[in-house]
Design a binder for this molecule. Structure first.
Ligand code: DGL
Length: 288
């Protein structure tokens, strides 16, 4: 079973893509709605909360957890992979959403990067990155892209309040207004017309249409859920031991199970039905 974790409902955009790509897999999703959003918390809090939630998924039987949260991936992933996992759960894996995006932007596989060695021949281009304050201030995207492809200029735009507005199921007008403002500021910061934009927060694809409306017509908007799903499918091909066991009849038929847990009150998690299919709307409490 594969675990998928986010601070709230944003990771459902990743789960949706994973499930479509790998319908034979069982997925267990955990949204830490009781503590969302993470974007304005301290690094220590983010590491601690992420660790607690990953442990819950491991204890429920997940062999692999996808951190479907850019903020947690930017701030906590390396620490947990290096300082916690080898001792606590040596046979389990944690993967983030940042690595596949950096690979997709730069065209350089993660494992091929060596310090000081510039590998990418990417032509000069400008990409807008919309993310939480924490992801932006971590500098993780900037640093990893610059190491691999110095020709790429990333213009970061923190979007404070947007995760809250999405979790709180704000109406279309306030959401569109908020996003128009952030897009206008990012375009001004860029100076020239950017070549593409990236939604570097897993909540933002839930309101992708408002970004599309606000961005210049025809501008490429990179899809993180799609990129992450491709990357995980590839990873599982190389690590068959982490895949679902194909000894169950439903798995053989390509029908994996999807279960959603929340640390909050299931009845309060009401936004996903506005944007996502019904099987991604039925949350259970974490103790259920
Ligand atoms: N979905 C999370 C992300 O990708 C949102 C983090 C938060 O709770 O602020 O960054």
């Amino acid at each position: 079973m594969i675990g998928v974790f986010d601070s709230g409902s944003g990771g459902l955009t990743i789960l949706d893509a994973l499930h479509r790509h790998m319908p034979e897999q069982d997925f267990l999703y955990l949204g830490d709605h009781a503590n969302a959003p993470y974007g304005h918390r301290s690094n220590e809090q983010i590491v601690e909360m992420t660790r607690t939630n990953i442990r819950t998924l491991f204890e429920a039987g997940c062999s692999l957890v996808v951190l479907a949260c850019n903020t947690a991936a930017a701030v906590a992933l390396r620490t947990l992979q290096q300082q916690w996992l080898p001792e606590a759960y040596p046979d389990r894996r944690i993967l983030g959403v940042l690595v596949p995006m950096v690979e997709a932007i730069t065209g350089v596989p993660w494992s091929q990067q060596h310090p000081g060695e510039v590998i990418s021949q990417t032509p000069r281009k400008t990409i807008l990155l919309f993310a939480t304050q924490k992801t932006v201030s971590s500098g993780a995207y900037l640093e990893e892209v610059a190491k691999r492809a110095p020709n790429i200029r990333l213009v970061q735009k923190a979007c404070p309040g947007l995760v809250d507005a999405i979790e709180g199921a704000s109406g279309p007008r306030p959401l569109a207004g908020l996003i128009e403002g952030y897009v206008a500021e990012a375009l001004e910061d860029a100076g020239t017309r950017p070549d593409a934009a990236l939604l570097g927060c897993t909540h933002f694809p839930l309101v992708r249409s408002y970004f599309e409306q606000a961005l210049p017509q025809g501008m490429e908007l990179l899809s993180q859920p799609y990129v992450v799903a491709n990357s995980l499918a590839d990873y599982l091909r190389r690590h068959p031991e982490l895949r679902a066991h194909a000894d169950r009849e439903d798995v053989r038929k390509g029908i994996g199970k999807v279960r959603l847990l929340t640390s909050g009150r299931p009845g309060d998690v009401n936004l996903s039905g506005r944007y996502l299919p019904p099987h991604l709307c039925e949350f259970e409490g974490i103790e259920a």
